[in-house]
Design a protein around this ligand. Structure first.
Ligand code: SIN
Length: 480
């Protein structure tokens, strides 16, 4: 599929309203066969510094655009993204590998953040706090200023819009550095943003060296806020680098999501929920089930039912309509999955279905292993691939203790039909998000984010707006 002929295709950077190419460039590859799709610019450090200065000038005007007008422009952007859903999804599948049906779903999900924040743009409410007879305490919410975002390859559209849309709604300008593996979806979305009427300099997309751009973003005193989605290791580094400029940060970092399936669960619902959360994007999401804890009374039946479903998954080219699992992003990702499977089998886990080794390209067979224990690698690290390890547990306390036995705290899942158990366990789980009787929790209206080493801040929902706003307190005295 030649995506360069699509109307939204773009391989130049958007800087201050100009589409820029450079002589030095980075190859963008198709994970299907590692063929080169196109090249994108490697912007120089001078250009990045200039983009930041231009974004500051643009932000001063954008913050004064009436909220209603900002809202209308965002709505127009949402409409254009949905009109071009098929083209955008095709670009995504070709550069990222996920099946077209999932890519279309991601474009709709990405657009839902634009729609949500186009509405929130009008709701930057402040407060009046009654204090003393002779004074008023006024609270204003103001745009934080110039923002930067560094986004991952696993969701090339949604991780951008859920940062950019609230920033623009709040009256900020923003510079996005998309993942080097998947810049084309980002550039196509930026093209539509420009068509929607977002002024020059307000939304910029830059490509090039991740290390150099990350350093310039974090060290710039002009950039007031950095939002990052990616690994805990890089997030911590960006946090340290941001210290000298005391920047506001949102960090959505690694996960190690547990799923707890209790004896009382509706088994078919639980099996479907595990399939949804484990195999979405071939297991390459931060909220994918990483550890599946199943209570002893239903263990054997659950494993059999899950095996049947896993064996139905079709691995192949994402552009084929019936594909469920596309190629993983690169060979390194395959090796990590294989390492986790080999470690589990060497320590006594049992292969239920799948393949411990995948010899060709970026292809990975969905694999199910049972009798996994807490001392295995997959209990400690995020696998980020289509490997489902099943652990057996006896009682609720053990399931909670094992689930919380990790430095991470992003998503968790519980399947039970006992109302008290659902409340008890949801409270006890040390996670930012808990899905109960569902494996799909992502929604523009919900506050997405983690605790512990999984990050800081929330994206989406009314709380997602606050990340791009500062609170100003005005004391109005001597009124009488
Ligand atoms: C992620 O994997 O970082 C995001 C997943 C989602 O938004 O559902």
């Amino acid at each position: 599929m030649d995506i360069t002929v699509l109307s939204v295709f773009e391989n130049r950077c958007l800087v201050n309203g100009t589409w820029l190419s450079t002589s030095q460039s980075l190859e963008v590859k198709n994970p299907l066969d590692n063929s080169v799709i196109t090249e994108v610019p490697v912007l120089s450090e001078d250009v990045i510094h200039q983009v930041i200065i231009d974004a500051q000038i643009a932000q001063k005007k954008w913050k004064d655009v009436a909220p209603n007008d900002r809202s209308r422009i965002l709505r127009q952007w949402f409409d254009l993204v949905m009109q071009k859903q098929d083209e955008l999804a095709t670009i995504m599948t070709v550069e990222q590998g996920k099946p077209l049906k999932e890519a279309k779903g991601e474009i709709a999900y990405a657009a839902s953040y634009i729609e949500w924040f186009s509405e929130e743009a009008k709701r930057g409410y402040g407060d009046i706090i009654p204090a003393q007879a002779n004074s008023e305490i006024l609270v204003f919410k103001e745009a934080i200023g110039v923002c930067a975002a560094i986004t991952p390859w696993n969701f090339p559209a949604a991780m951008i819009t859920r940062k950019v849309a609230p920033a623009l709604a709040a009256g900020c300008s923003i510079i996005v550095k998309p993942a080097s593996e998947t810049p084309l979806t980002a550039l196509a979305i930026a093209k539509l943003a420009e068509q929607a009427g977002i002024p020059a300099g307000v939304f910029n997309v830059v490509t090039g060296s991740s290390t150099a751009i990350g350093r310039i973003f974090t060290e710039s005193p002009i950039i007031k806020k950095l939002s990052f989605t990616g690994s805990t290791e890089i997030g911590a580094k960006l946090m340290a680098q941001s210290a000298s400029t005391v920047k506001k940060l949102s960090l959505e970092l690694g996960g190690n999501a547990p799923v707890i399936v209790f004896n009382s669960a509706n088994l078919d619902l639980a099996v479907q929920g595990v399939m949804d959360t484990k195999f979405r994007n071939a297991g390459q999401t931060c909220v994918c089930a990483n550890r599946i804890y199943v209570q002893s009374g239903i263990y054997d039946t659950f494993v059999e039912k899950l095996k049947t479903k896993v064996e139905e998954l079709k691995v192949g080219n994402g552009l084929n309509e019936n594909t469920d699992i596309g190629p993983l992003i690169n060979r390194k990702a395959i090796l990590k999955v294989e390492e986790h499977i080999a470690d589990a089998l060497s320590k006594g886990a049992v292969l239920v279905t799948g393949k411990p080794q995948n010899l060709d390209g970026n292809w990975c067979t969905p694999t199910l292993v049972k009798d996994v224990t807490q001392n295995m690698l997959c209990a400690k690290e995020e696998t980020f691939g289509p490997f489902a390890p099943i652990f057996k547990f006896e009682n609720e306390q053990d399931a909670i203790a094992m689930s919380n036995d990790t430095e991470f705290g992003l998503a968790s899942y519980v399947f039970t039909q006992e109302i008290n158990q659902f409340i008890r366990v949801s409270r006890a789980l040390e996670y930012g998000m808990v899905g109960v009787n569902t494996g799909l929790i992502s929604n523009a209206a919900a506050p997405f984010g983690g605790v512990k080493s999984s990050g800081i801040g929330r994206e989406g929902s009314k709380y997602g707006m606050d990340e791009y706003l500062e609170i100003k307190y005005v004391c109005l005295g001597n009124i009488n």
